[in-house]
Design a protein around this ligand. Sequence first.
Ligand SMILES: Cc1cc2nc3c(=O)[nH]c(=O)nc-3n(C[C@H](O)[C@H](O)[C@H](O)COP(=O)(O)O)c2cc1C
Length: 366
Amino acid sequence: MSRETTRLPHLRLGKHTPRYPLIQGGMGVKISGPRLAGAVARAGGVGTIASVGLACDSPHYNGRNYFEANVLALKEALAEARATAPEGVIAVNCMAALTDYDDHVRAACEGGADVIISGAGLPLRLPELTQDFPDVALVPIVSSLKAAQLIIRRWQKSYDRRPDGIVVETPLHAGGHLGVTRAEQVTDPAFSLEAIVPEIVAYLSQEGWEETIPVISAGGIWTREDMEAQFALGARGVQLGTIFACTEECDASPRFKQAYIDAKAEDVVIIKSPVGIPGRALKTPFIARYLEGDVKSSPCIANCLAHCSYRKDRQSFCIAQALIDAFKGDWERGLYFCGDNVARCDRIRTVDDIFDDFFKNRKENL
Ligand SMILES: Cc1cc2nc3c(=O)[nH]c(=O)nc-3n(C[C@H](O)[C@H](O)[C@H](O)COP(=O)(O)O)c2cc1C
């Protein structure tokens, strides 16, 4: 497919249409905070703040008020991103696995988010939590047709509402938590974008919803050509994570970004996360010990997960603390989530650089 012939789809998410069909995926803890999300929204994509753990370096957090401080930090982060991109499309990524998920969703709406993107569990009650904010677009993340159908049917039956878009994320390449239950499924081609995206697109068009529920592909997209390949499968947008974690505007510490630059393919591992599902991450000294069965960890910070194997039987580690350590650049103790494209990071880029590369110096969709 040549660069000259491909016309870009318009990605409409409810009432919001970014100039470019590209979403920067939510990355917790505070890898995608207000700075990155604001820069992406200003560049013409959807900039996403990950709501999880945002308060970790906020003056509101005093070591005991993790949940309350997070709500305040999320609203402040939204105001900061909005100041950078007054006309841009700003999303919040809320993980359904969080104990205080409902508070994250409400704070996102009250803080002025345009879109809520929600995965890490099935966001079955999302329309109920956002009912006072009908302009907020709702976008679940799934990794199978079955999950997409379950969410759509439940939302229709209980709330007379359908999603405004669906992110399909493949476990084959993506960073962070992977939407499968067992490690062996991570490499199973049955879960590839090539298998799942056309299936979901076919289902949506058979129901007559292909215009109102765009499919957005996530996982392993690094170039314009990768993006075009997803459009050829029927996707109308793409979501990228790893490429944006190594930008100047990314909210993480310089040490976090350096770890991405240093990473080689063999440094990327699959771990069983305390959430109970596989995750893709760098083999830091801490993760190397964990893989060998050493489960010594800092104490649980705040019961942040509805189901946590560390809180239950101490067979893992405090994931909130390990992600905060990574955000701060502690190589010894951090959990550095990453997609397998991390090995292709060779420098810190800017968000504008990435948009120029993807959209012909941004002369498209003007
Ligand atoms: C450091 C990091 C943290 C992430 N954290 C989250 C998260 O909090 N919630 C979520 O839904 N996805 C999370 N993801 C997944 C991304 O939003 C995105 O969908 C994924 O990284 C796309 O694949 P790619 O990294 O190959 O581009 C994370 C990814 C990375 C790299």
